[in-house]
Design a protein around this ligand. Sequence first.
Ligand code: FAD
Length: 604
Amino acid sequence: MQHSSIHWFRKGLRLHDNPALLAAATDCCCLHPLFILNPSSSQAGTNAQRFLLDALRDLDGSLQKIGSRLFVVRGCPEEVFPSLFHAWGTTRLTFEVDTEPSARQRDATVAKLAAQHGVEVIQEVSHTLYDTERVLALNEGKAPLTYKRLQSLLATLGPPEKPAPALTQEHLQGCHTPCQASHDTDYGVPNLEELGQDPTNVGPHLYPGGETAALTRLDALMERTAWVCSFQKPRTAPTSLSPSTTVLSPYLKFGCLSVRTFWWRLDQVYQGQEHSQPPTSLHGQLLWREFFYTAGASIPNFDRMVGNPVCLQVDWDNNPQHLHAWREGQTGYPFIDAIMTQLRTEGWIHHLARHAVACFLTRGDLWVSWEEGLKVFEELLLDADWSLNAGNWLWLSGSAFFHQYFRVYSPVAFGKKTDRDGAYIRKYVPILKDFPAEYIYEPWKAPRAVQERAGCLVGTHYPQPIVEHGVASKRNLGRMKVAHARKGNKSPMRHQAHFTSSCHPSCLSLPQAPSESHWLVPQWPNHKGKSPRPRGSEPHKDIQAVVSYGSCTTCPVLTHFAQPPCINPFPSPSLRLATWLLPPPQKSTPTPSTCPKKVCHPSI
Ligand code: FAD
């Protein structure tokens, strides 16, 4: 039978590796490539909308080159389809599987409508590396909650499928796309004004949307063999003035780039070369994407706190002023304000910059709900992606996946690690550009004469810090403890290895809050840096070992111990070394009476 097909583009805005599009073109005499613009369903800001329109124009151009066109229709899919099926005599509808809950609901309704109109429906997986349903089935229907668990499940499935061939003119032999002279007026890609957006609100056009731009960017990156092979995410810098990671995220989000194509191109580059490994390598980044897609596909209310079974229930503050100051880059912390300015103007920020501002908004400083931050990111990021956004906000706010909530980013020290002179701040907060490096991260500490020379008085031209970090983070730590205690006193760490059964030795040996160097290489009475690594600890599990030591979070002494002034989320070589130097866990369990501060948690 020769079909009259509609291929419904939603994500997957590409011709390469698009198996559902190929299915539409198979045994097909009439093809309608369709995109439905449903402005009411999108929270995207002007920059992201521009990216989408770029991508649609590019797609239309590519389809034209192979003798077809894109039909852009406005409305709600459930209402649009019945009339299209009728008008176009459709017998087959194809689309890519979308795992987001609202999309699944929409697709189920559309599939039902299609059945009522006698239209066959074909759905294909191509937005993720694996079919998330298969991964979930391997894990008894539950989302793997650790990266390691995901890796072991994927190992049983083998490598991801190879990409499908790109749609070409040959696939469309004998198939036509009926277009009128009025196509552009009836079905053309609108501009920003037509979408009700103010085009003067857009920032610099750094990342043009579309498959062509995606593949060009990918090609250029894959030429850099040494960079690809040595890529380690923790070694990339949030303060870099040109991106230190790929910035392929917007292209992956809209499906202008197939994640399988990206995976297999990396694989080609890796061939015969020594290369970094997951979780820090580029393959490792794509597995993080898979991790959050799998979680988002199966955890109820994944983007919310209430009703989300993996999410810590926290009494966040309702503080619209703080939220506004954060969003607008007016917190008085230059590093935070620079990041939020980059986000608002350019639509993309580095992963660790996202860490810094997400921690600052939530458990670090402002104690505002991660759901509020998620909404701001949803509006401002070019790559705003439901599963990735929610998963990472859950992580950064210490609500799920990541439980070392005592590891708080300093809004001052963190940026300094990669940018002591503050070039990043000078670029994005130009009012501060003439401050000496000594004060660029803390301009409120500059003497008045220095502020005058810099042409910026703190409190007049640039805000005072909205909270005192030291005070706020300490207070918030207490509130996190309360949230954990309420959870049934199930400190997540107590489920971990043997270390967690006893209080950390620092409780007994450190009379006061130690310095960072203590933290990194503690001097143990009998170990003098030469002890064998702790029993049961293996090099590749070093991070886990350190984390386990920091786990007795209910003990204030340890809290200090676990709170150096600035914490790199990825332990440095010296920290890994420190793990090796740690003594084996104590034989006798310390009790409140042996703890000099008598503050150990009652449960130990
Ligand atoms: P690269 O380092 O070059 O990585 C390549 C690809 O791997 C990325 O494009 C992305 O698809 C994937 N990836 C990398 N890191 C992660 C991660 N932590 N989680 C999931 N996938 C990852 N990413 C989004 O794409 N959309 C979001 O809405 C989003 N929201 C985030 C919110 C917060 C609070 C945080 C901390 C992170 C968020 N991320 C999000 C994850 C990550 O920051 C971005 O994917 C990454 O910075 C994009 O830049 P890149 O393409 O240069 O990444």
